[in-house]
Every structure is written in structure tokens, then in C-alpha cells.
Design a protein around this ligand. Structure first.
Ligand SMILES: [Fe+2]
Ligand SMILES: [Fe+2]
Length: 345
């Protein structure tokens, strides 16, 4: 089916088998991110409930106030993230000794304990032989230590239960790690200089869900009506109800925390990378996120899964088979890493 965005007039082709029959649906335009609505009710399924028209509920002033209020909650970095960023800066300084780096990590005992669990996980193959942060630093080396400390530093706040999004404790951390590891692997294959930015942008891409979650819970009925009856993609429903979605919110948070611009750009466009003006990092995170679809499973796979933009796979130069293998490897790595941390809690 050929469609045209009513806002920017960009044209797309969508495979008919990907479209739900008998529903009215909406999804973000890959180019301008405004909602594209499709009324597919002309060929209703026997017994199907016709979709109700759903009005957009955004008052721009109220949307701006809510966003400012949410960003204000995390004006300062969460404590574990502050130690994490300080440690990563030290790791980037060749003059800072590993002893000094280990000292900075040990300033947060919970972070140090999680780091040791990950270092001793099956994925890093150290199998319980590392008993101190300084020992871990020496055995892992600076580069791997940075990766492990970043994973450990996000376990606490990304590991929380998010009842609004229907995510159990650990789900968002698993998803974020999978997207981080898969994004890094994609970068290594296609544009190695993006390796570190791909890992960080992948890890933090959905952070805004944490502060948006209580509001998702409050507006659950309205959001579900838009998704289930109005056929909205969950990200479009968020934008309609709040005036912004979790990708906008996360990008603003990361900008406030002085993340590198490349990272918050990729975070902003992780659901619609063609809005990024051809930014490879945005495409990489988008492909990894869309491929790890489990987090969006709302009982309606077609609508609940994030949309993979047409052309995104060819933009990052990967085919479906290669992507499936890369995702399976990433999921296996995440299982080994999170298993060591979550099973011990
Ligand atoms: Fe997202
Ligand atoms: Fe995601």
C-alpha cells in the first residue's frame, strides 16, 4: 500500500501483510515524526469491533509544563550515575592509575558489588575469581572495565519495575543492555568509530520511560483505548496524550546531563531515524531497538512492536538473517550478565 504523510508529504510503501485489517491505525512519520493515520476499516474482519475515532488531547502549554516538571525531577544525576560518569572520565584520562579508578568505584559500595558480579559472570569468563575492584580493573583492562562499570551503574535505576509500561523489575535493564550490545556490534561491523557512542546511546535510549511511567499509569485507560481501539502505535499514543514521547524526554535529559550531542540525537530519533537527516548512529540504535521487540509486546504484535522503518536495514547495510544472528548473540550475552546480578538480588 502506498501512503503519503499529510504533514510533510513524504511518500512510503508498506507491505499489505503488515497492515492490520479492519482498524484505524497511526504511526510516526519517519521523516517529520508527526502521526500518519490510516483508516483500514473498509475491509472489516467478521465480528471485528470498528475503531472509534480518538481525539488528540494535547494542550501545548500543559505538555510543556509536564515535560519541564519531569526533567526537573532529574536535574541532578541519580547518585550511581554520577559515580559512573566520574569513573568513566577517569578511565579516559591516561594519567589516572587503575588504583585511582578502583578507588572512585569503591566510593559507591552497591556499584562496586554489582561490578564484581558482572565481572564474575559467565560472559566475562572470570567465574568467581575476581574478588576486588582493583583486581577486576587489572584483569579486565581499561576498555572492558569501562563497559562493565557502565552496565553496573545502570542496573539500579534501569532495573526498576515500571507498572505503567507493564515491565517487571529487570525488564528495562535487559532491553537496554540488549540494545546497547547489539548497537555496539552493528557499529563495529559498519562504522567502528561509533562503537562507544552506540553502546551508550543504546543503553540510555529509553531512560525517560522511568520518569514518564507514573503518568503512563495514570493515563493507562486513555492510552490503551488509543492503542487498542484507535490503532495507535504506543509511541504515537504517548505523543498524543502528553504532547511528547519518551524518546523526546530521554534526549532532553541526556542533553541536560551534557551527554555528547551524537548520543542524544540518536536517542531522540530511535523510533524514527529518517528524521535525523541521515545520522548513522540514529539508524543503528533504531535497528537494534526494533529488533529487540519483546518490550513492546502488547498482545498485538503488528501494532505493539516498534516499527522498523522502510530502508533502515539497507541504511545500516545488514540483512534480516545477519541481524537475527547478531540479536541472538546479544540476548545470550545479556542473559549471562543480568543472570549474575538479578539472581543474586
Ligand atoms: Fe523507545
Ligand atoms: Fe527501546
Amino acid at each position: 500500500m502506498k501512503i503519503e504523510c499529510p504533514h510533510c508529504r513524504k511518500r512510503y510503501r508498506i507491505k499489505d501483510e503488515k497492515l492490520p485489517v479492519g482498524q484505524k491505525i497511526a504511526f510516526p512519520c519517519p521523516a517529520c515524526r508527526e502521526p500518519i493515520e490510516l483508516d483500514l476499516r473498509n475491509a472489516p474482519q467478521p465480528g471485528a469491533v470498528p475503531a472509534e475515532p480518538v481525539a488528540t488531547a494535547v494542550d501545548p502549554e500543559a505538555a510543556g509544563r509536564l515535560k519541564t516538571e519531569l526533567l526537573h525531577q532529574w536535574e541532578d544525576l541519580p547518585p550511581m550515575l554520577e559515580v559512573l560518569i566520574k569513573t568513566r572520565r577517569l578511565l579516559d584520562d591516561p594519567k589516572a592509575s587503575l588504583k585511582r579508578v578502583a578507588g572512585a568505584i569503591e566510593a559507591d559500595p552497591a556499584l562496586a558489588a554489582t561490578l564484581l558480579k558482572i565481572a564474575n559472570s559467565a560472559f566475562y569468563g572470570l567465574s568467581g575469581n575476581v574478588s576486588s575492584v582493583q583486581h577486576a580493573a587489572v584483569v579486565l583492562g581499561r576498555k572492558t572495565l569501562e563497559e562493565v562499570i557502565t552496565m553496573a551503574g545502570t542496573s539500579e535505576f534501569l532495573g526498576k519495575e515500571l507498572p505503567g509500561y507493564g515491565l517487571a523489575a529487570g525488564d528495562l535493564w535487559r532491553h537496554s543492555l540488549t540494545v546497547a550490545i547489539a548497537s555496539r556490534q552493528l557499529a563495529l561491523k559498519k562504522m567502528p568509530k561509533l562503537e562507544n557512542d552506540a553502546f551508550s546511546a543504546g543503553l540510555f535510549h529509553d531512560l525517560g520511560r522511568i520518569i514518564l511511567d507514573p503518568h503512563i499509569l495514570l493515563e493507562k485507560a486513555q492510552l490503551e483505548r488509543r492503542i487498542n481501539e484507535g490503532g495507535r502505535h504506543p509511541v504515537v499514543a504517548e505523543k498524543e496524550v502528553f504532547g511528547f514521547d519518551h524518546a523526546d524526554l530521554t534526549a532532553d535529559l541526556c542533553e541536560n546531563w551534557n551527554f555528547p550531542p551524537a548520543q542524544f540525537l540518536a536517542i531522540k530519533y530511535h523510533h524514527a531515524p529518517s528524521g535525523s537527516d541521515g545520522d548513522m548512529l540514529s539508524y543503528i540504535v533504531h535497528v537494534a531497538d526494533a529488533a529487540d521487540a519483546g518490550i513492546y509486546d502488547s498482545g498485538n504484535a503488528e501494532i505493539g512492536s516498534p516499527l522498523l522503518e522502510d530502508g533502515a536495514l539497507s541504511f545500516v547495510n545488514i540483512d534480516e538473517k545477519e541481524l537475527a544472528e547478531l540479536m541472538a548473540e546479544s540476548a545470550e550475552a545479556v542473559e549471562q550478565i543480568t543472570g549474575a546480578v538479578l539472581s543474586a538480588q
